[in-house]
Design a protein around this ligand. Structure first.
Ligand SMILES: [Zn+2]
Length: 512
């Protein structure tokens, strides 16, 4: 084998500071792959490992020969702060793999960037620093970041470039990996980029972060207009506000080929421009009462457009438990017809339905084992309408071409509504998660999803933005930021603190 030796790895967790601790089991249920097993996974048509790695590998393969060195990919979607021992283990395994592989010519990591651990408040920064310490200052270290990364200077300082997704839903993960491959090639040829970093005192509500239209779409477009021969990458990460960490806040990273002054100037200009748009990011939700009336009407009139109701406050993709019953209870009590709820996380209920079998009638007791205050018990007479093992390969949006498992899954009928009950906590972003249960989405009158926004790319062939209702119910991932019991978010911060003035100053610069 000839060509540069590039180490590949991944670490992804989005930590909600108010959700239960993220365990090793959660990583293992999602993706924990090392060495040969990681290589084998990424060679499959539908890997579990992050799409950024696939994109990087494909782009590198299209060029001159190179040698991938597979280290570890540990990902767990969104949960709470990571068990410190599990994080330490991930880093130790990554370090051991890098040490064994030295000398290396480069490192590429698919990162999320919004993890916290139970002790370490900046695991992503720690991981990058430890990688840098092993490979030294001259070996390129590149990484992709989630659009919701809570970026810290420690992360920017340790990497040569961090490229955040520019789409939400995140359908450009592979593309950003490919972008890193191009920069890797240029760095192997001698380029040494500079990165400027600005953090805004601004935590935008999660529901105003769609990148197809609205203030975030405009911010991304504004940033991308600066790209030219000198400006390599503009990354605007809104951050994950519910992480509730000292590194919360929207951030701008601008990476240039050589010109540090240009990087700083562009970063400051973009940051000031976004700050000037901050009032546009405040959103309006629909009350549960109004949402229930809309669902009732949709169920009664088959000629009216069907609706999609987003339970944005219980989004497993943001650390929600995926099992609150506020909307379910309201729709059932009101007698809504033709509604499908997907997907409701309740391992005990899914197991009971599997044990009882198809066609069984029983009293479905939701949330019998749950302890979170928002996940209140709910009981109703139910019929088991479908049972699956929950293994699907995604066909649209963020799960397209990826393997994902909801574990043993059951479709329960409760009066006029059906509920897809799952064993693995996931967000409903992929149509096959309910279609595999025999649900015809085009015949559904109301689809209720536990998801903040990723559902949009999965269901936009049926539910266009004008048919999407974001419902205001309580939950761990509420977008009504004034309701969150903040502990660590730096203050003052917009929109929690009124009458703030701010201007980009003291832009940090890496390189040169
Ligand atoms: Zn994200």
């Amino acid at each position: 084998m000839a060509g540069p030796r590039i180490a590949l790895g991944g670490f992804m967790l989005e930590s909600n500071g108010h959700a239960p601790v993220a365990t090793r089991a959660e990583f293992e249920a999602s993706c924990w792959l090392e060495g040969e097993a990681l290589a084998a996974d990424l060679a499959k048509p539908a890997p579990r490992a992050p799409a950024g790695l696939s994109g990087f590998i494909r782009a590198m393969d299209a060029g001159r020969p190179w040698q991938p060195v597979f280290t570890i990919a540990a990902t767990a979607g969104a949960s709470g702060p990571m068990d410190q021992d599990v994080f330490d283990d991930v880093v130790a395994r990554l370090e051991a793999a890098l040490r064994a592989a030295m000398p290396l010519d480069g490192v590429f990591l698919a990162l999320h960037g919004a993890a916290t651990a139970t002790v370490d408040r900046d695991p992503d920064g720690t991981l990058l620093r430890r990688v840098r310490a092993i490979v030294g200052p001259d070996v390129p270290v590149l990484g992709t970041l989630d659009l919701h990364a809570n970026v810290a200077w420690s992360m920017v300082e340790a990497a040569d470039m961090l490229a955040a997704y520019i789409t939400n839903p995140h359908v450009d993960q592979a593309e950003r990996g490919a972008e890193c491959a191009a920069v890797m090639r240029a760095m192997l040829g001698g380029m040494r980029p500079r990165s400027a970093f600005v953090k805004l005192p601004f935590i935008p509500p999660a529901t105003s972060q769609n990148t197809t239209a609205g203030p975030y779409a405009d911010a991304i477009a504004h940033g991308q207009r600066y790209l030219d021969h000198e400006v390599l990458n503009v990354s605007i990460s809104s951050g994950f506000s519910l992480g509730d960490t000292p590194k919360n806040g929207l951030s701008v990273i601008v990476t240039t080929r050589t010109d540090g002054d240009r990087a700083r100037q562009v970063a400051a200009e973009i940051a000031d421009w976004i700050w000037s748009t901050r009032e546009r990011w405040i959103t309006n939700l629909t009350s549960l009462e109004d949402a229930t009336a809309l669902a009732l009407a949709a169920g009664r009139d088959p000629a009216a457009p069907s609706l999609l109701f987003a339970d944005v406050a219980d989004n497993p993709g943001g650390g929600g438990r995926g099992n609150t019953a506020f909307i379910l209870e309201s729709f059932v009590r009101a007698g809504v017809e033709g509604a499908v709820f997907g997907i409701h996380n309740d391992p005990a209920l899914a197991a009971e339905a599997h044990a009882l079998g198809l066609g069984s009638r029983f009293t479905a007791r939701f949330n019998r084992d749950e302890t979170n205050i928002f996940s209140k018990p709910f009981e109703a007479e139910a019929v088991v309408e479908a049972l699956t093992d929950g293994e699907v390969v995604g066909r649209r949006g963020i799960y397209r071409g990826r393997s994902v498992s909801t574990g043993p899954t059951a479709l329960l009928r409760i009066g006029g509504v059906r509920v897809a009950v799952v064993t693995n906590r996931r967000q409903l972003a992929e149509p096959r998660m309910v279609e595999s249960l025999g649900v015809d989405l085009r015949a559904v009158r109301s689809l209720v999803v536990k998801s903040r926004g990723h559902f949009r790319a999965g269901f936009d062939d049926i539910w266009t933005p004008d048919r999407i209702i974001e419902v205001d119910v309580p939950g761990l991932t509420t977008v009504v930021l004034t309701r969150v019991p903040w502990r660590e978010v730096p203050r003052p911060i917009y929109p929690l603190d009124a009458g703030m003035e701010w201007k980009a100053a003291g832009v940090s610069l890496r390189g040169g």
